[in-house]
Design a protein. Structure first.
Length: 286
């Protein structure tokens, strides 16, 4: 995602590459940033860039207090272009999975810099921090986050090494019942602490394929040892856990979806949350 390079017109100025290989020069203190990615809005504030964030989506909710002063520009997929033009951003942060390609193309017609991101697993955040640090002049804050992430990865690896692997079903929706494919960020996060998601499918580029619908008669469900019910996008609650336990015959546990699916700065707390949850469930079973 990130690559230091040299501009052909000015060999003294470093440029950086985003997830699509587009080159970006360091922005400086005059950058006006709109984020269309909730977890990366949180990252921008964590890096000390809150004063330069001039717009965000209605789904950008962290940090709650600070975001009250930041104008909304619609949702992640229904961006209000007239509002975007009014805000005159120099940089818009987007994500391959969360934002529509036609939205990105339309923005590119009047926004000087569209920064495309695509972290597919927790380790990809190291490059993401590096990219944002170099782009927005907050290298020290980015390096501190990188150190925290490496520590959290080590903690997760220690838990994974100490406990037997467990096959899990991670629910994100009800009626229809939906889960996650192996090539999702969620599955990669769970794998860091030794939870392997079922079904054993790769979703590819298709959004529907990455979040498959299933029914409770599927053969592979016999291999599931534990079911997780996420707090987002469907807000599962305790009575749903009872329902799922009855349907699956397996223990069902509520899980914080933000901790599992939000990349950016949240990955550090997310990995530690999962490591703690893994230990807690083992202790509870003893």
């Amino acid at each position: 995602m990130h690559l230091a390079d040299r501009s052909s017109s000015d060999s003294s100025v470093a440029v950086l590459r985003d997830a699509l290989g587009a080159l970006h020069r360091p922005a400086g203190a005059d950058a006006r940033i709109v984020s269309l990615v909730p977890s990366l809005t949180e990252l921008l504030f964590e890096l000390g860039l809150g004063a330069q964030v001039v717009g965000r989506t209605g789904f950008c909710i962290h940090p709650r207090q600070a975001l009250r002063a930041v104008p909304k520009v619609g949702g992640t997929k229904d961006v209000k272009m007239d509002r975007m033009r009014e805000l005159a951003p120099t940089h818009v942060i987007v994500n391959i999975d969360e934002n529509r390609r036609d939205t990105i193309d339309e923005l590119a017609a009047f926004v000087p810099n569209i920064v495309v991101t695509h972290p597919c697993g927790p380790r990809d955040n190291l490059e993401l921090f590096d990219l944002f640090g170099g782009l927005f002049g907050c290298e020290h804050a980015a390096q501190a986050l990188e150190a925290d992430l490496r520590s959290a990865l080590d903690e997760a690896a220690a838990v994974k090494a100490a406990l037997p692997a467990e096959r899990v079903l991670y629910l994100i929706w009800r009626e229809p019942w939906m889960t996650v494919a192996r090539d999702t960020y969620v599955s990669a996060m769970l794998a860091e602490v030794g939870w392997t998601t079922l079904p054993e499918v790769q979703g590819g580029a298709s959004g529907a394929g990455r979040y498959p619908v299933f029914d409770w008669s599927a053969d592979w469900l016999g291999e599931v040892e534990r079911v997780f019910l996420s707090s987002e996008p469907y807000h599962f609650q305790l009575h749903h856990a009872d329902e799922v336990t009855a349907l699956s015959g397996r223990p069902a546990t509520l899980i914080d979806g933000e901790m599992v699916s939000w990349y950016g700065s949240r990955v550090v707390a997310g990995l530690r949350y999962l490591a703690g949850l893994r230990r807690q469930l083992v202790d509870f079973a003893r």
